[in-house]
Design a protein around this ligand. Structure first.
Ligand code: ATP
Ligand code: MN
Length: 456
């Protein structure tokens, strides 16, 4: 179907005076004495194109006046003092009529209402803006790593280990419900892989394998967590960006993480000005200013020990009081990043007992070279660490946790054969998208969100 994208028409004055064909869905319609007006949107831009219908010229266009109907319009592009351009229709063809029970009749619906119809909410301005930014952001992330010589690897989605104990694992099985097995062992022995398998919570362990050959790698794919966390920041299925860098220690990877976040934000500022202006107006006042400030200031680096002191001296009543050794809860993270520093903060050197086995043990014997990047409004967006490169220390950390060493023999081999200092991080794609758009619920930036008790 030959036609011109609405975004091209708004972007190119040479269309004025020409006859073109445009397609789209009707967003508004109104009738006056001699003319009727439609606003149509084809998804290529946030802007609607106004269609002017001369009643003398065009008859029988009732179905085109119905919100949600899809139309093909042939007409001449003219200048319009308000919108830039509009189209004077010579012909209107209704491609698909939407009846009066099309649910999106109001100009603005609540996000909660829209969540009940994921298949239709994408036709609103909010979701048009969200998914354009999401797409541009994905490209900016690939671009960041590609232009710096990182190798993009795809790590397995089905895994035989629970990676790092990062979260509860979804099981993968082909066994029938009534399997007739007496023990769990028997069950898995009869299963597809002959052992227990699940959906990966992280590609890190395989990412390390690739980094020990290609030097700098990143992954960008889905991770799965079966945690029972019904929060505005957790999905059961989310997208995860995990760079892994050889010959990098904690300060090096922190530098990379900060540079990456700033670069991808700059890209979105440049490529999505209209979408960001929309979020600034409707969802987070001052959003664009916030993003500009972030890219021009250094992030804070704060020792975990110092963070705990700040929390204890805050005079604040937290739901979970915090002492040295505790894991920081969202309320702590938000207090530090929002109220104390009001900017992104790398909290570094966490107690080793609350962090994963693979993190590099610091000489103090108590902490590991790990950091979380906390940002105002969202909390943690990156979990990061230097990895333990010493074979014996790694073994002892695993034994302490009662891990089965046999399951990790490939991983341990990396420490036997030319081990090097290396570091990496996991960035939650939806978390950084929330931060950039100002959208406060992860369900509203995901096409079909999967959360506890909800899959559609
Ligand atoms: P949180 O404390 O927020 O639950 P985590 O510490 O369990 O996260 P990591 O294992 O460090 O998460 O994962 C790395 C990153 O992946 C996190 O910093 C976050 O951005 C993202 N992430 C983790 N779990 C989820 C989830 N359930 N939904 C969306 N993003 C997630
Ligand atoms: Mn984390």
């Amino acid at each position: 179907m030959k036609h011109i994208d609405v975004r091209d028409i708004f972007g190119d004055k040479s269309y004025i005076g020409r006859e073109v064909t445009v397609c789209g869905w009707v967003r508004t319609s109104r009738d006056s004495k001699n003319v009727s007006f439609l606003e149509i949107n084809d998804g290529t831009t946030l802007k609607h194109l106004q269609v002017v219908i001369d009643k003398e010229k065009i008859k029988d266009y009732d179905a085109a006046m119905k919100l949600g109907s899809s139309v093909k319009v042939i007409g001449v592009i003219c200048e319009n003092p308000n919108n830039g351009v509009e189209i004077n229709a010579n012909n209107i063809e209704v491609l698909g009529e939407a009846p009066a029970d099309y649910p999106l009749q109001k100009k603005r619906h609540t996000l909660e209402f829209l969540r009940t119809m994921p298949h239709l909410r994408v036709r609103t301005n909010t979701f048009n803006a969200v998914f354009r930014v999401r797409s541009v952001l994905a490209s900016a992330i690939h671009n960041y790593f590609q232009s710096r010589g990182y190798v993009y690897v795809n790590t397995p989605i089905i895994t035989g280990s629970d990676a790092e104990g990062a979260g509860e694992v979804f099981r993968v099985t082909t066994q029938p419900f009534d399997h007739g097995c007496k023990t769990e062992e028997e069950y898995y022995a009869n299963d597809f892989f002959g052992k227990k398998a699940g959906l990966s919570v992280s590609g890190q362990l395989e990412g390390e394998v690739a980094a020990m050959a290609f030097g700098k790698i990143y992954t960008f794919g889905p991770s799965f967590r079966a945690e029972n966390s019904n929060t505005p920041r957790h999905l059961a299925e989310f997208w995860h960006i995990e760079p892994e860098v050889a010959f990098a220690e904690l300060p090096d990877i922190i530098e990379i993480a900060e540079d990456m976040i700033k670069t991808i934000i700059s890209d979105v500022l440049e490529k999505c000005p209209n979408e960001l202006a929309f979020f600034d107006e409707h969802f987070e006042k001052g959003l664009i200013e916030k993003l500009k400030t972030i890219i021009s200031h250094k992030f804070e680096i704060l020792e975990y020990t110092k963070a705990v002191e700040i929390l204890k001296n805050s005079g604040r009543q937290f739901n979970y009081p915090c002492d040295w050794g505790c894991d920081l809860q969202t309320e702590h993270e938000r207090y530090i990043t929002e109220e104390v520093f009001n900017k992104p903060v790398f909290v570094i050197n966490y107690p080793k007992d609350i962090k994963a086995f693979y993190m590099k043990q610091n000489p103090d014997g108590k902490t590991v070279a790990a950091t979380d990047l906390l940002v105002p409004g969202v909390g943690e967006i990156i979990g990061c660490s230097e990895r333990e490169a010493d074979y014996d220390k790694l073994i002892s950390a695993m034994e302490k946790r009662g891990m089965k060493l046999d399951d990790y023999s490939d991983y341990l081999d990396l420490r036997k054969f030319g081990s090097v200092p290396h570091s990496g991080f996991g960035l939650g794609f939806e978390r950084i998208l929330m931060y950039i758009t100002g959208m406060s619920n992860i369900r509203d930036i995901t096409l079909f969100p999967r959360t506890v008790g909800s899959v559609r």
